[in-house]
Design a protein around this ligand. Structure first.
Ligand code: AMP
Ligand code: ZN
Length: 143
């Protein structure tokens, strides 16, 4: 499957240029054009899937495998001290490009991204009852 108006399909086919990092049978990776850190990388399946809802297991496994290979290669002080990996899935989750992609953000203790302070500023408190209700709702979704 390929979508002619999808920017990441165009990158995968070579129709538009990118700073390619590494690839495997199912997936490719390239530098994010608007990096939030030096070496911010995107890993995508070669085939078009809009996100986690429609990706097949083979493409997802291959994409995660490539993301794992890259993060192990660059972290631990070789390029960065650590990494954050994340996927935005769906518009509500701020996904802007509708072709599944995994972000790899290289991290260093002095990078001042302030990820953790942002995270902590969003922490919410729920009662035991609310936690139990939440669990029931999620488990129902999984039946
Ligand atoms: P998201 O908000 O999770 O959908 O992320 C989409 C990402 O794609 C953003 O970080 C963009 O900077 C990146 N992006 C969009 N177009 C390109 C492009 N042509 N080459 C590289 N990265 C891109
Ligand atoms: Zn696409």
């Amino acid at each position: 499957m390929q979508e002619s108006d999808c920017i990441f399909c165009m990158i995968a086919s070579g129709a538009i240029p990118s700073y390619k990092v590494a690839s495997n049978e199912t997936s490719i990776s390239f530098l994010d054009i608007n990096p939030i850190a030096r070496g911010h990388i995107l890993v995508i399946p070669r085939k078009h899937f809009s996100g986690l809802d429609d990706v097949d297991h083979e493409a997802f496994a291959g994409t995660m495998e490539l993301a794992l290979r890259i993060t192990r290669s660059i972290s631990g002080g070789r390029f960065s001290e650590g990494t954050n990996l994340f996927v935005s899935n769906g518009e509500a989750a701020d996904q802007t490009v509708k072709h599944l992609h995994v972000h790899i953000v290289p991290r260093n203790s002095d990078d001042n991204l302030q990820w953790n302070s942002w995270w902590l500023s969003k922490v919410k408190q729920y009662s035991e009852g609310e936690m139990a209700d939440t669990l029931e709702l999620i488990r129902k979704c999984m039946e």
